[in-house]
Design a protein around this ligand. Structure first.
Ligand code: URA
Length: 256
């Protein structure tokens, strides 16, 4: 399970990584987390205005832990600004989509090497593979999951028998699940001559929705793969690989 190319830090091997240790230089930390530029910070440190863990520090370039150390400028605690992180994971089968599991099963967070507190945007069943987004940005996650936002999610479904046109139209038009009609869906055949493999595009995300929609007509879903989430696909990522979203990919969701 590895991280794929992303546009951030590069490790010595040339492979990019966002395993965060919290270690950074004191002046860099202060410049990133205050309104002062690096040169001004250096002056302030030399003037004896900075403490680390309550000890006066006169050397701007010392290594500190931006998460754990108590860094103060003129006695005021400077904390690391929370970075917003957005990850696209090609979820493999066999992992559950939750932050932790009382049965000790493997979770999608076991795959991602970061100390940031990420959570998945929506859920995929343990047996489902494909596009899964994770973030620490609650506002972004709520927006994407809100029904009003109508993010299109496409699933490739391998069915236990061929789908006929009558049932295809019924499912596409909406059926009752938990007493509430499902929103209109697009259902198309993936190959011209295999009517048991379909692509279904939904704008909702109810619990086990795809499986339950087909089970309602006596089908068994043999395989389920989310091939896209909005404009994002798993192209270039093998199962278990992940990457950070680009700024353009994030902004495309929020129309900035
Ligand atoms: N619908 C399902 O039934 N399962 C999933 O994992 C996603 C959508």
């Amino acid at each position: 399970m590895t991280e794929r190319k992303n546009s951030n830090k590069k490790s010595s091997s040339g492979k990019e990584s966002f395993t965060d240790t919290g270690k950074t230089r004191l002046n860099k930390f202060l410049a990133n987390n205050s309104e002062f530029a690096r040169r001004k910070i250096d002056e302030m440190v030399l003037q004896g205005r900075v403490t680390v863990n309550h000890k006066l520090i006169l050397e701007p370039g010392i290594q500190i832990d931006g998460v754990k150390d108590d860094v103060r400028l003129d006695g005021e605690r400077i904390r690391e600004k929370t970075k917003k992180t957005y990850i696209l994971l090609h979820k493999p089968i066999g992992f559950i989509t939750t932050t932790d599991d009382e049965k000790n099963r493997r979770t999608v967070l076991d795959i991602i090497k970061t100390q940031e507190k990420l959570f998945p945007i929506g859920r995929l069943d343990i047996d489902t593979s494909g596009v899964l987004l994770l973030t620490n940005d609650g506002e972004f996650a709520n927006k994407l999951m809100h029904p009003r936002f109508k993010v299109e999610k496409t699933y490739i479904v391998n069915l236990s028998r061929p789908l006929d046109e009558k049932i295809r139209l019924k499912l596409a038009g909406g059926i009752k699940l938990d007493g509430k009609k499902t929103a209109p869906a697009k259902i198309v055949f993936v190959n011209k001559d295999a009517y048991d493999v379909v692509a279904i595009t939904l704008t909702e995300g109810r619990n086990r929705q795809v499986r339950r929609m087909f089970e309602n007509y006596g089908f068994f879903v043999r395989k389920l793969h989310r091939s896209s989430y909005g404009h994002l696909t798993v192209d270039g990522l093998k199962a278990g690989e992940y990457r950070k979203l680009t700024t353009q990919e994030i902004n495309k969701f929020t129309n900035k």
